[in-house]
Design a binder for this molecule. Structure first.
Ligand SMILES: NC(=O)c1ccc[n+]([C@@H]2O[C@H](COP(=O)([O-])OP(=O)(O)OC[C@H]3O[C@@H](n4cnc5c(N)ncnc54)[C@H](O)[C@@H]3O)[C@@H](O)[C@H]2O)c1
Length: 254
């Protein structure tokens, strides 16, 4: 098992990519603290992990609130005695052009995706240092490097995650903490479901149109992203830090 004896936090674990990461980590032997603002679906994630024989605890939390961010790491210490791995996956999907976005739109998306991510990491770092090192994986996006119509708010937040990842990697290398990011292409989750409803498309119509943007002519699945996150989290990536891995079926390369 690749994460035997490891304790991991996964934020945004009530659905989609975060739930897939939490399940995959538990399969590989990690004890997992799952965090999300959606308490009922978060409990469902814990139920799935326990039903498969794994260990998990839920922390219902809003990562844009500093006290909630602190509670997530504290739960790892209280429930499992420490912390080795943090997956910063929770995100808001506020998408507007600069012309249309209000101050509230910017404060929401940056408050969750950038400042919330930073606050969760801030409180996790001390505990990972106490173990003598570990791994942090930030979930960015192809949107962090691509221009898309009316996505300036969300894409700016993901660009910030890519830069924050490299800065964290530099600051934390002396503490033996590796920091990397994965950048998914289009993956079917509750987030993309909201997107096709917003666009007035059916799931089938959205999937066909989104698939066209990828070299592989299909969209991704959450478990395919989870496998990349697992790689960075595990000792198989022991000499990799400050890296960003595109998990995007070639979307960003053409
Ligand atoms: N699905 C895609 O196509 C895609 C593509 C690229 C990147 N991503 C990234 O993958 C990650 C996961 O997205 P997903 O597609 O699984 O979406 P999702 O909506 O299924 O999951 C996101 C989770 O984050 C939680 N969340 C939102 N705001 C929160 C807050 N303030 N505090 C705590 N939890 C909060 C939500 O409740 C939700 O469970 C995000 O970082 C997203 O930007 C997704």
């Amino acid at each position: 098992m690749r994460l035997h004896n490891q304790v991991a936090i996964v934020t945004g674990a009530a659905s989609g990519i975060g739930r897939a990461c939490a399940l995959r980590f538990a399969e590989e032997g990690a004890r997992v603290v799952v965090a999300d603002i959606n308490g009922s679906e978060l409990d469902a994630t814990v139920g799935l992990i326990r039903a498969a024989g794994g260990e998990a605890v839920a922390v219902c939390s809003d990562i844009s609130k500093e006290e909630d961010a602190r509670r997530i790491s504290q739960a790892a210490v209280d429930s499992f005695g420490g912390l080795d791995i943090l997956v910063n996956n929770a995100a808001d999907f506020t998408t507007f052009s600069v012309e249309d976005a209000s101050m509230e739109n910017w404060q929401r998306v940056l408050g969750i995706n950038v400042i919330g991510t930073a606050m969760v990491a801030k409180y996790a770092i001390a505990h990972i240092k106490a173990r003598g090192g570990g791994s942090i994986v930030n979930v960015a996006s192809t949107s962090g490097v691509l221009a898309q119509h009316n996505f300036a708010t969300y894409n700016s937040s993901k660009g910030a995650i890519l830069t924050m990842t490299r800065c964290m990697a530099l600051d934390l290398a002396p503490a033996n903490i590796r920091v990397n990011s994965v950048s998914p292409g289009c993956v079917i989750t509750t987030a993309t479901e909201r997107e096709w409803i917003r666009m007035g498309l059916t799931r089938e119509e959205w999937t066909v149109s989104a698939a066209e943007e990828h070299m592989m002519k299909r969209v991704g699945e959450a478990h395919e992203v989870a496998n990349a996150v697992l790689f960075f989290a595990s000792s198989e990536a022991s000499f990799i830090t400050a890296a960003n891995l595109m998990v995007d079926g070639g979307r960003s390369a053409w």
